[in-house]
Design a binder for this molecule. Structure first.
Ligand code: MEV
Length: 327
């Protein structure tokens, strides 16, 4: 059925950081992710005739939904909306570095799928339809992610769709975590994009050769994640920082860290971070550093002191040789 009405609709979605458990989550273990304020925005506009077209970012990446390229197929998967929509032009932008491990690909997919759903309903989504539509948005974002990432666990698309901080498994999906205290994190980028597909395949080939060895690392990450949930709920930031460092060690043992990621982690720790680790697929991309919390004598948070602590970490990254930047 063709729905006439609103000519242009918008969808948004968040980027994400993986706090704990990347890669192990692909094998069914739990992981912890948090949505970022930054993310993606897509505007879908009806066209008089086909094919549907997509322009990403500054316009250098353009696709059409009838093309057999990876981007063309992935885009077409996002437009499989019921009721069907007419040919559209999509403009989508993401204010996250591509290949930074911050979920830019999933955020773009979710924002486009949401805008397409809204167009199919003339911009009006009734509250009782909300959950079913979000489930379809996630399913189509998963189809997009499978084309680019091979074997996605679904954590990136879930974070893009719902934000917040949550524990995730492939079998159970997301369960929100209530932190006792807000977490203040700095994100540092190596400036080198990473390919999640490449690092997921690297671990898959290690797993094929020596499943027992890889399972040991996955089991170690599983127990780190379990303890991290408890530390977040208890507000034990020191324990949380130690657990980040341990998670980083296990990821290095799986060969998904790089000397640049290790250097960013070391710089953050010497600048006062309670812990630091890569986030996302690794092999490039970004690290996370946990800023120590500061409390006034009456127990309230001293945000100004925390901002100074964060600034020390960001300065340490900026002062290093390489392509580092942070936020
Ligand atoms: C990528 O953000 C997280 C990985 O665990 C892959 C996935 O879960 O799909 C590396």
């Amino acid at each position: 059925m063709l729905v006439t009405g609103q000519a242009s609709t918008e969808g948004t979605a968040s980027g994400k950081v993986i706090l704990f458990g990347e890669h192990a989550v692909v094998y069914g273990s739990p992981a912890i992710a948090a949505g970022l304020d930054r993310g993606a925005r897509a505007v879908v506009t009806r066209q008089p005739s086909g094919p549907s077209t997509l322009r990403l970012g500054d316009g250098t990446v353009v696709a059409d939904a009838s093309s057999a390229s990876d981007l063309g197929r992935a885009f077409s998967a996002l437009l499989e909306v019921a009721p069907a929509i007419p040919p559209v032009h999509v403009e989508a932008r993401c204010d996250l570095p591509p290949g930074g491990g911050l979920g830019s690909s999933a955020a773009l997919a979710v924002s486009i799928a949401r805008a397409a759903e809204a167009l199919a309903r003339s911009g009006e989504i009734r509250p009782e339809e909300g959950a079913a539509i979000e489930a379809r948005v996630l399913a189509r974002a998963a189809a997009w992610e499978r084309i680019f990432h091979g074997n996605p666990s679904g954590i990136d698309a879930t974070a893009a769709a719902q934000g917040g901080i949550f524990r995730f498994t492939r079998a159970e999906g997301a369960r929100p975590i209530t932190p006792r205290h807000d977490l203040v994190l700095c994100v540092g980028s190596t400036g080198h994009p990473s390919s999640t597909r490449t690092t997921v395949e690297l671990i898959a080939s290690q797993h094929a050769k020596d499943p027992v060895l890889v399972k040991r690392s996955i089991d170690a990450i599983t127990s780190i994640v379990g303890n991290a949930v408890l530390a977040i709920e208890a507000g034990d930031m020191r324990a949380l920082g130690d657990l980040m460092n341990m998670n980083q060690l296990v990821l290095s043992g799986l060969f998904v860290s790089t000397s640049e990621l290790e250097e960013l982690c070391a710089l953050a720790r010497s600048a006062g971070a309670l812990g630091a680790k890569l986030t996302g697929g690794g092999g490039g991309g970004c690290v996370l550093a946990l800023v120590p919390p500061s409390f006034r004598s009456d127990g309230t948070r001293d945000e100004a002191r925390e901002a100074e602590s964060a600034a020390r970490i960001l300065d340490a990254w900026r002062g290093a040789e390489g392509h580092y930047e942070g936020f």
